[in-house]
Design a protein around this ligand. Structure first.
Ligand SMILES: Nc1ncnc2c1ncn2[C@@H]1O[C@H](COP(=O)(O)OP(=O)(O)OP(=O)(O)O)[C@@H](O)[C@H]1O
Ligand SMILES: [Mg+2]
Length: 491
């Protein structure tokens, strides 16, 4: 039977030689340059065009020279030494980079006797689709790594914790001590008192500072996903969206710190698993049959009353004792009013750099008195939000009580009842001063009033049960708790 090969001599060696010959000629014709070196990486042959590109008018002048002396950055010596090809590479030259391929030349016994190099293209344009894809992926990878590293570094230091009251100094002293130790830390305190700030500062001040700080907000993750979030899962271990498997936060935090925020919201079965990991210092990702060592320092925080949760059987006593080693109580702002001035100025400074760089806000005495006379149920966070709103809507950089009053406790119920001095000297509650004095006059006031009414109605409809309400209105429990505190809603 006839085929295309019929005319060829049936001697394999000959076919091979022809193939090599035509391959070489094809490359030679279509490439931007070809050159051959001997076993000592000295040039034995170079085509005219290529020689000219590197400044040799006559190719003969290049013969016998070291390959690097003819083509700077040449890797032909490596190919000769290792006997291994470099199939695709980019050769930087003082003009455009070249796409090159380098192959070893072997004798019949398989010894490397030299190498041949082809410059395939002198314009990377031919490879543009490939390169742009590669560089896009590369850029994305770098950006993701940077933002991850950033996200996993401590955002705050001890210096970020503003306050010189006795209570604040004591908190900072305890937190600094905790940074030197390895035991778990438990941060307790009302919403907005700086627990997250302290967690970052403790990690940043510890020997683990250069390792990751990984946060899990227990309240923000549905119970069914928490175990995978913590311990990870092997590919195909469960039929969720993550078919590729998932690395758990424990593994991501290895060597560093795992910050378990809102730990009071952890479901009981997971509490048992967490306790076991803290004892054994190892765990198994879901469906993996793989034991992972966990060298992780735990910092836990909650605004819930943990001992009460233990008493009610909603938090395991053994886990509580395990976590309750270095316990730090972040005091509410109303118990350290002497910090308010320093806090307010630190925040105003921050706000001025953020917003209209160059602004220099000043608080008038009556504004300071107003700030100090309010109860701040939302603590430092509420103070910051109040100042932020006042600054945004204030026409002047000098903020007095009259400008501040509408924002203090806006949306708070009168029951919070901190007595405040109004600019005209009369005494009234800051909250009712905001609520009763006028209809909402701005979008943010209107939104706040609406939110408070909406949440109060939803809570009432659910008999005051926060978890049920959160599920019904599609809001995270932690967020709802914070809003209840910030609006002063009675549950
Ligand atoms: N002592 C402080 N000095 C400066 N800023 C503070 C201080 N305490 C808290 N803040 C600021 O107040 C805000 C709330 O703090 P943080 O998030 O740490 O509170 P939290 O106790 O974790 O609250 P929650 O229980 O609601 O999560 C943040 O913007 C934080 O930077
Ligand atoms: Mg927090």
């Amino acid at each position: 039977m006839m085929n295309d090969w019929a005319g060829l001599p049936a001697i394999y060696g000959d076919v091979l030689r022809r193939a090599m010959d035509s391959l070489f000629r094809t490359f030679e014709n279509f490439s931007e340059g070809t050159f051959i070196v001997d076993a000592d990486a000295r040039v034995v042959w170079i085509n005219k065009r290529y020689a000219a590109r590197f400044g040799f008018a006559d190719p003969e002048q290049a013969i016998g020279r070291d390959c690097e002396a003819v083509i700077p950055n040449s890797l032909m010596r490596e190919v000769v030494k290792t006997g291994k090809p470099i199939l695709l590479d980019i050769l930087e030259t003082d003009r455009e980079p070249l796409v090159v391929t380098r192959l070893p030349l072997k004798d019949d016994a398989g010894a490397t006797v030299g190498a041949v190099g082809f410059a395939l293209f002198d314009e990377l344009k031919a490879l543009t689709p490939l390169f742009s894809h590669y560089s896009r992926v590369q850029e994305e990878l770098i950006a993701t790594r940077q933002s991850l590293a950033q996200a996993r570094r401590a955002k705050y230091t001890f210096g970020s914790f503003v306050g010189t009251s006795a209570a604040s100094l004591e908190v900072k002293r305890q937190a600094r001590r905790a940074a030197q130790l390895e035991s778990p830390v438990l941060l307790l305190g009302e919403t907005g008192t700086g627990k997250e700030l302290l967690a970052h500062a403790i990690h940043g001040g510890s020997a683990r500072a250069n390792q990751p700080l990984v946060t899990v907000n227990v309240a923000a993750i549905p119970d069914t996903l928490l175990e995978v979030e913590f311990f990870g899962a092997a590919p195909g271990a469960y039929t969720g969206a993550d078919r590729k498997g998932r690395v758990g936060k424990f593994e991501l935090a290895n060597g560093g710190t795992l910050f378990l925020d809102e730990i009071g919201d952890m479901p009981l079965p997971l509490q048992g698993k967490l306790l076991r990991v803290l004892q054994d210092k190892e765990f198994e990702p879901l469906g993996s049959n793989r034991i992972v060592r966990a060298d992780v320092r735990i910092i836990a925080a909650t605004s819930a009353d943990l001992p009460a949760l233990v008493a009610a059987g909603r938090f395991r006593a053994d886990l509580f004792y395990r976590l309750n080693v270095l316990t730090i109580h972040a005091p509410p702002l109303r118990e350290r009013t002497s910090d308010i001035e320093a806090l307010a100025y630190a925040m105003l400074e921050d706000l001025s750099t953020q917003a209209r760089g160059g602004s220099h806000y000043e608080l008038q005495d009556d504004a300071l008195r107003l700030l100090c006379s309010y109860a701040w149920p939302g603590n430092v966070r509420e103070l910051r939000n109040t100042l932020e709103r006042a600054v945004m809507l204030s026409d002047s950089e000098r903020i007095d009580a009259r400008a501040l009053a509408p924002f203090i406790g806006s949306g708070q119920s009168g029951a919070q009842g901190a007595t405040a001095q109004t600019p005209d000297g009369s005494s009234q509650t800051a909250a009712s001063g905001a609520d009763a004095a006028r209809e909402p006059s701005s979008w943010s006031d209107a939104m706040a009033a609406f939110e408070k009414r909406f949440l109060s109605d939803a809570l009432r409809a659910n008999g005051g049960r926060v978890i049920e309400t959160a599920a019904q209105i599609g809001m995270g429990r932690a967020t709802l708790y914070k809003k209840i505190a910030a609006h002063g809603i009675q549950v």
